[in-house]
Design a protein around this ligand. Sequence first.
Ligand SMILES: [Zn+2]
Length: 332
Amino acid sequence: MKKIEIIKPDDFHVHLRQDELLELTVGHCSESFCRAIVMPNTIPPIASVETINEYKEKIEFFNSEFKPLMTFKLLKSLTADDIIAMQEAGALAGKLYPAGSTTNSSDGIKDWREIAHLLTVMSDVGLVLSIHGEDPSVFSLDREKAFIPQILEISGEFPQLKIVFEHLSSAEGIAAVENGPENLVGTITVQHLLLTLDDIIGGSLNPHSFCKPVLKRPEDRDAIERVVLKGNRKFFFGSDSAPHKITNKENSCGSAGCYTSPVALPLLVDFFDKQDKIELLEGFVSHYGADFYGLEYNREKITLVKESWKVPDEYSGVKSLYAGKTIDWKIG
Ligand SMILES: [Zn+2]
């Protein structure tokens, strides 16, 4: 039987949600990942020392070995002192959500200049700026492309600021990071690496593949695949795993977000194996992101085994990506 052992990975972009979903998400995330950059778009948002500490404690309650890497949501109301206090409380990154771009983002930022003074502080103290790079005012397939000028403006204005263009979904987004400054990197999800818009609307409607930014054309997926298979260190794994209850997905006003924590690592090893590039998996999931964030590599290892399994139809009222389908690799 084919198997490999790698450093247990990190997930550099995850939505663990809250309340009754938290036990499920922490359980699945910690099976595959030692650490995860935890997104702050909860209700209320994570945007203070108190909310950071409280959320971290709730996550660690379900698995004390798992290391949540905390972030805060950039709000106009924050001050420079708030930013420094949140870093002292352990936050590694601040997340910029353009207003109206995704789940719980109506309190987001309309123009990055509104928070330029906060970005100055983040740059000075070495906090990472994490960006949901979409302009919600334009046609859905073009939203990421339309946001690129703003990302380049920010990185031009703050040349020392470390910036992550999250969940890249377009050939233009990939090119912007690839050709951009050294401190501009991008995360890649498993759904944007493997799927296209046809996996949502090409046959009958599949709401469980629907996320923001929406899956795009084959040529966009090919661009993502190309940089991953080159082992380009500017691109690393962030699942953007974002569960919603089945009732909120299979709905006339269905929520955006794919739940991938239980399937992402098996799908990734399968992808690299089928491309005959399995040696590139460990860099993508366990090295490049840690290098960018200035973190030590994890000491723990994980074994992945080439053995087929059927993804359950649901996990406690949540359907994951590939639910009911067979994946050829599993966690050993
Ligand atoms: Zn996200």
